[in-house]
Design a protein around this ligand. Structure first.
Ligand code: ZN
Length: 233
């Protein structure tokens, strides 16, 4: 089920303490409208009861879509630096709900799910688009690497992320470089579908990088660029 709770937050504009409804859990099978809201960028946009300013709440939720085989632990962008600990936490949550510590019935559901950890709404939205387009998320990440490799001026830095934002009719993948805190878009670029396909067609060349991207629930090339990461072995 989808779980909503009233919480108190500080309005970023007038700094008044206001009560808003925070989504702690989204079930996209039962509430496809919430999934659509996330894709449209209107989910968890709240208005201050004091000054009327609209703002988006940071995500802290679990997301389930059995039809598309997707399960996400969604964390605020600000917590990206804690991804190693949060990955363990997300794995624990998944194990309890659908993994080794769950009932046989829940495990049967879990067998069909790919659990993932994502940071921020654009990262979640990207995974939803990937689900719609029936792409493989690790291959999308490798497509980003292939593009970055061919762009010496790519704005790689902590706090700037490259996200899939749209699919073209011809299968082209539209990416944006954006500031993960302000949302400011720095650059938009398109990867031809042939680039994505070329990675699938050259499994040996990409094997090592694919293994490191797919290692754990945080399937995102950001882990290659941020902080200490997880120690080998
Ligand atoms: Zn306000």
């Amino acid at each position: 089920m989808s779980i909503m709770n009233d919480i108190t937050v500080t309005c970023p504009s007038c700094e008044e303490q206001i009560t808003v409804t925070l989504a702690e859990s989204v079930n996209a099978d039962r509430r496809p409208d919430l999934r659509q809201d996330i894709i449209e960028g209107t989910f968890q946009v709240v208005a201050c009861s004091s000054c009327g300013t609209e703002f988006m709440l940071d995500p802290v939720l679990n997301y389930l879509d059995m039809a598309r085989g997707q399960w996400f632990s969604v964390q605020p962008a600000q917590r990206l630096g804690d991804w190693v600990a949060l990955e363990d936490e997300a794995q624990g949550t998944f194990n309890l709900a659908y993994g080794g510590q769950a009932s046989a019935e829940a495990r049967a559901i879990g067998d069909e799910l790919s659990p993932r950890l994502v940071f921020g709404w654009p990262a979640l939205r990207e995974k939803l688009l990937i689900g719609d387009a029936e792409l493989e998320d690790s291959i999308v990440e490798l497509t980003k690497l292939a593009m970055i490799h061919g762009l010496p001026g790519a704005p790689i830095q902590t706090g700037v992320e490259m996200r899939l934002v749209d699919m073209q009719d011809d299968g082209g993948l539209v990416f944006q470089w954006a500031d993960m805190f302000s949302g400011d878009v720095l650059e938009t670029l398109v990867a031809p579908r042939a680039l994505y396909d070329s990675i699938i067609e050259a499994p040996e060349a990409w094997a090592e990088m694919k293994a490191s991207v797919e290692d754990g629930l945080f399937v995102d090339i950001q882990k290659l660029f941020v902080g200490e990461g997880r120690a080998a072995g």
